[in-house]
Unconditional design. Structure first.
Length: 220
């Protein structure tokens, strides 16, 4: 994992990255994933987890969901969990939040529900998801795979991809596009900063937006 890539990514918000993904022709951000515990932007390289309904198949050792992802992830990682089983229960919980924070993992995104949200808030650990629940995963779902492809919204996310998430949504960047997306997002952020400065200096917003906004995604 390149430290420079992570530093550049951390300077960007989900909107700039989503616009950049539009520019390079990749699927844009996922709507509806909210910061449940603390309002804090997160970014980093992804460790994926896919959960499935029911108990593990016979002969497959049982392990607590997401523990392999925590143990195998380094500082600066973001764990992304697919919990699309249709079963109302949590794909993440409080002990996991404490363990992840202790390893320097910057946050978790659950495509589904999470629990122990207050506990995560108490330790300032960012948990993103569709909503909170008190229902345990125990006896309801199991971990099917760590490190494989998952689905978040309508996007396929692979282990080792990148993400930026904030209160507007979550933008997932395929690892092979990271340099192109970073460059595009940085250009967009600069253009938006110039537009904001113009508005704050007294230029009518209709002129600023009319002259610049529709051309924001152009390369030049």
């Amino acid at each position: 994992m390149s430290d420079e890539v992570l530093v550049r990514l951390a300077r960007l918000d989900a909107c700039a990255v989503s616009d950049a993904l539009d520019q390079v022709g990749a699927p844009a951000s996922v709507t509806g994933l909210k910061p449940l515990s603390v309002r804090q932007r997160i970014s980093g390289r992804i460790t994926t987890v896919r959960l499935a309904a029911g108990k593990p198949p016979e002969g497959v050792p049982s392990r607590h969901l997401c523990t392999t992802a925590i143990d195998s992830s380094g500082a600066g990682a973001v764990i992304v969990v697919e919990q699309r089983t249709g079963i109302e229960c949590a794909g993440w919980g409080g002990i996991l939040s404490n363990a992840a924070k202790g390893r320097g993992i910057v946050g978790v995104i659950v495509e589904g529900l999470a629990r122990d949200i207050d506990e995560a808030a108490d330790i300032a650990f960012p948990v993103y998801g569709r909503a909170g629940t008190a229902r345990t995963a125990r006896g309801r779902i199991h971990e099917a795979e760590t490190g494989g492809p998952i689905r978040v919204g309508e996007i396929t996310v692979s282990n080792g991809d990148y993400v930026v998430a904030d209160s507007s949504g979550a933008a997932f960047i395929p690892s092979e596009l990271i340099e192109a997306v970073l460059a595009a997002a940085e250009r967009i952020a600069v253009k938006e900063a110039v537009m904001t400065k113009a508005v704050m200096s007294g230029q009518p917003v209709s002129e600023v937006m009319g002259a610049s906004y529709e051309h924001l995604l152009e390369q030049a």
